[in-house]
Design a protein around this ligand. Structure first.
Ligand code: PLP
Length: 488
């Protein structure tokens, strides 16, 4: 197969003139199969690009990589490689060994099988997303999950939007348009990705009234700020940072009583929020949605893909008439979630109905509650394979480390964990480059592996590694890449 193409144009001459024509290549026997797979336009483009690159290389006097003119086999292999590369989806599955369990850049909560099943079913076939099967009437898509959310939070009603930022936007815009919203200065937070409370307030069309100071806000600060134009008191859970020391904040129950005395609602943005008391699983305490409702909050917003462990969505629970107003806001239609999100969310909410099994079944909770000894045992099992794969290029050891929960949840708390710590053999000058290259080699694997760079090493925190076999299986590719990269 690897013989040169025959024909006058393909005589074994040097130089650009020896290049076969596009048409000639398109007549080769392997082309129809590639066309079937990728479509004629892609093939055409790939052939032209291949010839253009080759022509340029020849003109530039670069040494040809293969004897030229090339055999049919070489052309086929090269075209296949290019077409495959050009058609690889940009969204790829990765191994999150960063030590941040809910990693926003990696899609936050990995989802349990129950949710995956529900989503694939909803994708594949028609589903009753807005149809009441009992009556045959049109239904509201919120009704699919509202019952579960009421049960799990004690709230009267619930609605779901695209994410918690959207939930906050919708609630503010519905409940306080052109009116004043009172917020403590200590709670004017910025969440990553340009979500700043004051900016969201402006976009929602509400007027922010700041009270108190960064570290201390008292009951009388709120009392004094309430006026004729006040529509809402808002409390924002400072989930992604912690103010410690000389601090004072007003409890939700007290805020609720001020709000209600003035006949205005209290809104609580819990950020992460939790549907269960996480301390029962040995995790740090996070306020639950039910606690806010019981304290008298009229509207509570939280993310579905932070500690809840579900899909990206923002949940708003609260008083019936307020949720009804939110649903009527035209913004709700613009912020609504699709059937896939609802399918995943419902499947995850159903898991919460059996809290005893939650730590096994809910992926995020399973990862968050994994014990250090279990992670260390996994590390001992993997250590030799990684050492072998990187022999001579890097030193690999098993060390204890601290995982983070992530997504702004529990900014201070850490979870004891274990990591494979990989230090490049290159020391001193060039060690930074060697480390970067090492991290890149792991990212270049078929299932990219993402670690954390620190203290001159690449840390692979094993907390989120559940399938060790596939991790080990690709180490041989790393070996080859590592070899060629260290030569370059
Ligand atoms: C994370 C967070 C948000 C934004 O939620 P998304 O689901 O990321 O849109 C808003 N408020 C608080 C307090 C948060 O922690």
């Amino acid at each position: 197969m690897n013989k040169p193409l025959s024909g006058s144009l393909l005589a074994p001459r040097e130089g650009a003139a020896a290049l076969p024509s596009v048409d000639r290549i398109l007549c080769l026997a392997f082309v129809p199969a590639l066309t079937e797979r990728y479509g004629p336009a892609s093939i055409n483009e790939a052939v032209r690009a291949l010839l253009a690159d080759k022509r340029q290389a020849i003109v530039a006097g670069a040494a040809p990589q293969v004897a030229w003119p090339p055999g049919e086999q070489w052309i086929e292999t090269e075209l296949r490689r290019r077409l495959e590369a050009a058609n690889t989806p940009h969204l790829r599955r990765v191994l999150n060994l960063t030590g941040v369990v809910l990693h926003t850049n990696l899609g936050r909560a990995p989802m349990p099988d129950e949710a995956v099943e529900a989503v694939s079913q909803a994708m594949r076939s028609p589903v009753n997303v807005e149809l009441d099967l009992a009556s045959g009437d049109r239904g509201d898509r919120d009704l699919l999950v509202e019952g579960w959310l009421r049960e799990l939070t004690g709230a009267q009603a619930a609605t779901v939007v695209n994410n918690n930022a959207a939930a906050v936007l919708l609630a503010l815009n519905t409940l306080a348009l052109r009116k004043e919203v009172i917020v403590s200065r200590g709670e004017l937070i910025e969440i990553g990705g340009a979500f700043r409370m004051p900016d969201i307030m402006a976009r929602a069309g509400v007027k922010l009234v700041e009270v108190g100071t960064t570290n201390r806000t008292h009951l009388h600060d709120y009392e004094q700020a309430v006026g004729r134009n006040t529509a809402l008191i808002a409390k924002v859970h400072t989930s992604n940072y912690s103010i410690q020391g000389f601090t004072a904040r007003v409890a939700e129950a007290e805020l609720a009583s001020i709000a209600h005395r003035h006949a205005i609602p209290l809104m609580v943005d819990l950020g992460s929020g939790s549907l269960v008391d996480l301390t029962q699983y040995g995790l740090p305490r996070e306020p639950t949605v039910r606690e806010s409702i019981e304290a008298g909050a009229d509207v509570v917003t939280f993310s579905a893909d932070k500690l809840l462990g579900g899909p990206q969505a923002g949940v708003i629970v609260g008083r019936l008439e307020l949720i009804a107003r939110l649903r009527k806001n035209p913004l709700k239609r613009a912020l609504r979630v699709d059937k896939m999100t609802l399918a995943a969310l419902e499947a995850v909410l159903l898991l919460y109905r059996n809290p005893q099994k939650l730590a096994q079944r809910l992926t995020t909770l399973r990862l968050l509650t994994r014990s250090q000894s279990e992670i260390e045992a996994l590390g001992r099992q993997l250590l030799a394979s990684v050492q072998t794969a990187l022999a001579g290029r890097a030193c690999v050891e098993l060390r204890t480390c601290q995982s983070e929960i992530g997504s702004g949840s529990f900014p201070v708390e850490r979870l004891p964990s274990a990591a494979l710590v990989i230090s490049p053999a290159t020391k001193g000058r060039g060690s930074g480059t060697a480390l970067k290259r090492l991290a890149k080699q792991f990212r270049s694997l078929a299932i990219p592996v993402l670690g954390r760079v620190g203290e001159g090493a690449l840390w692979l925190d094993l907390r989120c590694l559940e399938n060790a076999d596939e991790f080990v299986a690709q180490l041989c590719d790393l070996e080859r890449d590592a070899g060629s990269a260290s030569d370059s």
